[in-house]
Design a binder for this molecule. Structure first.
Ligand code: 5GP
Ligand code: ZN
Length: 113
């Protein structure tokens, strides 16, 4: 499958890994938008929020648990952070393997700026 994040999971494309479980991988975004910018992904290929099935939401709960763990590990839990999922064209999704961005390490601007 021609999916860049699946290739990262397989190790075919290198990444800066932060945290890994049986079902979830966390790695640094190659083009960080904040001092802390991690990507949290399920190892199962789900293209987007629109493609998640009923049976995928336990796995997506594991993705959120990994995001919470990562915020602690990267030292932004207390200062705060933002979790973002871009879905589809208007959402600005570029990579169609579902992922959450964890952004922090600075005061982030308001969403309506
Ligand atoms: P999206 O716009 O789909 O929500 O975000 C995709 C993110 O993946 C972008 O922030 C982009 O910088 C990141 N990205 C794209 N290709 C790679 C890559 O090969 N390695 C890593 N670590 N991040 C990537
Ligand atoms: Zn994939």
């Amino acid at each position: 499958m021609d999916c860049i994040f699946c290739k990262i999971i397989e190790g075919a494309i290198p990444s800066s890994k932060i945290y890994e479980t049986d079902n979830v991988l966390v790695f640094r975004d190659i083009q960080p938008a904040a001092p802390v910018h991690a990507l949290i992904i399920p190892k199962k290929h789900i293209a987007s929020m629109n493609d998640a099935k009923d049976g995928d939401f336990a796995l997506l709960g594991e993705v959120l648990a990994a995001a919470q763990h990562t915020a602690q590990e990267l030292g932004v839990a207390d200062s705060g952070y933002r979790l973002i999922n871009n879905c589809g064209a208007d959402g600005g999704q570029v990579v169609f393997h579902i992922h959450f961005h964890l952004l922090g390490g600075e005061k982030l601007g308001p969403l309506n700026a």
